[in-house]
Write a protein that binds this ligand. Structure first.
Ligand code: IPM
Ligand code: MG
Length: 378
């Protein structure tokens, strides 16, 4: 029997709560589709940092490298200064594991209400491919005369051809496996140096994909087009900070951060991918049962797709969407069920749901992910 070896970093706040439900769904899918899953917990996050001052060390990176994939819950805790875990753990892991690509689907599932009036599922099924290791996240900087009227801050941005190329190449392959449309999102009218590099790479690689239609949208204009005409987009490729921002907008459009999934991928397949909900650790509701585990479960579905378990991935996504459609609200007390209750309903449904329940699997993200590369994909 095929067995996939997962590393689990539950992390902080609601991270462990939603990750437990993601694993429940994964095990249920494994039982139905005939593969094995082993899991190993990794002690990283606020407690570890408070105990011994380590956000991420080389030994942890080496241990994580040996797994087939990683599931991350969420990190962040009021007892830890801002940035320590965000930069020192999440971003550091993305860089250490060469996750040049961050895949963030924006899909409105049937029965889920978008705050955009009259938006229908047929009009909202796109994927943001965010460069994940560079830009303003990687440039470093300096401040002189902090706290005085002369304070001067420099924050650099880094754009390399190699990471941009890896990211754009992945985006083209994903678009070719989906509806054949790729949109570059940048700010080429102002960030003329980095913008030109991105445009050049899209043009070069586009020559190898005559079947993919190319499009360009400025990042500010994207904040209008994405909510109002999401049907314009199939795959959107963008730099790290723009991707961070427009993916939160995308999450709102699809019903909220409680539904937004992501995968950090090394497209060469050398390092394991890491899947995580886009939402944070929400420490105020940790352990209360009020968090919706859907984003974590959908991230785990992407993980199964990345591992080549394409039918199981489709079933887990369809089961999650089916349960979401039954919930009176997507989070909090009005959700009408607990974190565990929702997770159990998803796991129950995954045993019988039609993997094609959400429509043609051939153009689905799960199918495209299984084809686009990364460790374990088919
Ligand atoms: C995200 C988060 C992270 C980011 C933080 C936690 C470092 O906002 O995954 O979108 O900025 O990338
Ligand atoms: Mg973010």
């Amino acid at each position: 029997m095929r067995t996939h070896d997962l590393a689990v970093i539950g992390g902080d706040g609601i991270g462990p709560d939603v990750t437990a439900e993601a694993l429940r769904g994964v095990h249920a899918a494994a039982g139905r589709f005939g593969f094995g899953v082993t899991t190993t917990d990794h002690d990283l996050g606020a407690e570890r940092w408070l105990r011994d001052g380590v956000a991420l060390d080389d030994a942890a990176v080496q241990r994580l490298r040996h797994h087939d994939a990683i599931l991350l819950g969420a990190v962040g805790d009021p007892r830890v200064p801002p940035g320590v875990l965000e930069r020192g753990l999440v971003v550091a892991l993305r860089v250490a594991l060469r996750h040049a690509v961050n895949v963030r689907p924006v899909r409105l599932y049937p029965g889920v209400t978008s705050p955009i009036r009259d938006l229908t599922p047929e009009r909202c099924d796109l994927v943001i491919i965010r460069e994940n290791t560079e830009g303003l996240y990687a440039g470093g900087g300096a401040t002189v005369h902090r706290g005085t009227d002369d304070a001067t801050a420099i924050q650099n941005s880094v754009t390399t051809t190699s990471a941009t190329r890896a990211c754009v190449d992945y985006a083209f392959r994903l678009a070719a496996a989906r509806r054949g449309r790729l949109t570059l999102c940048h700010k080429t009218n102002i960030l003329v140096e980095a913008g030109a590099l991105w445009s050049d790479v899209v043009e070069w690689l586009g020559a190898g994909h005559p079947d993919v239609v190319r499009d360009y949208v400025h990042a500010d204009a994207m904040c209008q087009h994405l909510p109002l005409t999401p049907e314009r987009f199939d795959v959107v490729v963008t730099d790290n900070l723009f991707g961070d921002i427009i993916s939160d907008l995308g999450a709102t459009v699809q019903g909220g951060l409680g539904l937004a999934a992501s995968g950090n991928i090394d497209p060469t397949g050398e390092h394991p991918a890491m899947y995580e909900p886009v939402h944070g650790s929400a420490p105020d509701i940790a352990g209360t049962g009020r968090a919706n585990p859907a984003a974590a479960v959908l991230s785990a579905a992407m993980c199964l797709a990345g591992l080549g378990e394409h039918e199981a991935a489709l079933a887990l996504e369809a089961a999650t969407a089916g349960v979401l459609a039954e919930l009176p609200a997507l989070a909090g007390p009005a959700m009408g069920d607990t974190t565990e209750g929702v997770g159990a309903r998803i796991a129950e449904r995954v045993r019988t749901v039609d993997p094609a329940a959400l429509g043609d699997p051939t153009t689905s993200l799960m199918t495209a992910l299984a084809r686009a590369g990364g460790r374990g994909s088919g």
